[in-house]
Design a protein around this ligand. Sequence first.
Ligand SMILES: Cc1cc2nc3c(=O)[nH]c(=O)nc-3n(C[C@H](O)[C@H](O)[C@H](O)COP(=O)(O)OP(=O)(O)OC[C@H]3O[C@@H](n4cnc5c(N)ncnc54)[C@H](O)[C@@H]3O)c2cc1C
Length: 539
Amino acid sequence: MALLVGNVAWSREDAAVRRALSERLGVPAARLRRVEMVRRSLDGRRRPPRWMSTWKVEVDDGLEAEILARRPPGVRRYTERDEARRGRLSLPARRWRGPGRPIVVGAGPAGLFAAWRLAEAGAPVLLLERGDPVEERQRRVRRFLRHGELDPESNLLFGEGGAGTFSDGKIYTRRRDGEVGWILRVLVEHGADPAILEEGWAHIGTDRIREILPRMRAALVGRGAEIRFRAAVADLLVEERRCVGVRLADGEEIAGSPVLVAPGHSARDTWAMLVAAGARAVQRPIRVGVRVEHPQKRIDLARYGRPRGELPAASYRLRSHPPGGRVRAAHTFCMCPGGTVVPATNHPGRVVVNGMSFSRRASWWANSAVVAEVPVSDYDDPADPLAGVRYQDALERAAFAAGGGAFRAPAQRLVDFLDGRVTADLPRVSYPRGVTPADLRAILPEPVAVALAAAFRHFDRRLPGFICEEAVLIAPESRTTSPVRFLRDEAGASPTVAGLHVLGEGAGYAGGIASAALDGLRAAEAILAAPATRPLSGR
Ligand SMILES: Cc1cc2nc3c(=O)[nH]c(=O)nc-3n(C[C@H](O)[C@H](O)[C@H](O)COP(=O)(O)OP(=O)(O)OC[C@H]3O[C@@H](n4cnc5c(N)ncnc54)[C@H](O)[C@@H]3O)c2cc1C
């Protein structure tokens, strides 16, 4: 029998933890059998900040009832759900019953986890990825970051691991359930730090993700999957409104079913191909804005009230909701403590920024997206499901032009953005392609610029020092989410093209590594479990 005990000051010393637990439970430490940490997170609101933790405590049956009857604060029975959240859930055993082979398109988190689950069930999965395996992809990315030579097929967004590979590697979601726990466990089994199972704000880091991917690739192949890189799917083979395979960019046709397409938020050609093939899609609102970069030390001081010492690089999460509704809401997103701002584009002639970090989060800078809402009414055509792509694209082209080419990004000191002047002297920033002073109000759509200005003033009240001479805005952050959603029936398939499943962030159902992986896992589960979605016979 076990109890879950929350809100316990964390200590490295086993004896100190046992003492705290025994005080909370009102029983001698000797009567606590086994204790295991379930979760730990830093409470930065306290001065000084403090690590707090949650524990599983095993006690004898009779004692458990006695303790619960006294209702000590933060204590309840430890349940199977708690166990599942820690990655200790076994998914139901499934067997692939299809006659053909399922095809998964895209090796980002959604495609990888869909392929993983299908292969685990014995399906002879074919995984097609337009970019390179991670080792070669790293070389291409290095060339791009150093010399501006962009490979449109293999870059910061495309290639093994998808957009998650050169990312910050934050892997928390709002949900923390058994399936997410299972995903985290798979990552740990392939090299992620086991602490991600316990950390409240788990983070892997791009360096570790790049080590995990080849191990997952080997394990997938070991389970009978075939993986082909540099295999861009240019078309779907559709017969009588059923997807029965794919055509690659070089003209090769491959039969297989079902077809699971997990294209991510930047494969605009793949979206167009899906729509042209008959997959029903609708517009989605997006959020756009800038990356703000501060010296990490400044954020540490603002959050901790002192230099961080042993504590992790401090982060923040801020939101602005101006009353009255005339000025749009804005919020921070994907904050990267100790990270760098990167040129996250796969398209020549476009500048898009995002944030990345290594596992140690040791860079001199802190950056975060600050984005405002863009409703679909801002798009140029209410009837075209891909109108949001044009909205993003126009912004990214304008930013490329303002940057002066070679993927330099337009930038402005935050104080100058608020005062309406172009910055004369930009400080050093982490963005590797270089920045060019620009008037960001002239690049950003007006309601977005107004919302950001209001948000920065609000954030400075919440986090004093947010507005400072050293803070620099780098633009644009235009791909925080997908501007399109592919509709699904109850079984998760396209309602208009049988045997087609569009997954992950590019489908409009996920917004991060963990949620995309979860969407991929669920699509595979639905295919394996539901007789109604059993594979259609391939050609
Ligand atoms: C710089 C950066 C930092 C980020 N940081 C974080 C973070 O810290 N935490 C977090 O949760 N999320 C983060 N994200 C977002 C996260 O990476 C994505 O939400 C997630 O990767 C989406 O997963 P996905 O599988 O849906 O798509 P993707 O990861 O985008 O994968 C799609 C894959 O499909 C392939 N593909 C597309 N079209 C085709 C085709 N026609 N044929 C064959 N292959 C194709 C692409 O090459 C790509 O590899 C970050 C994103 C970026 C760009």
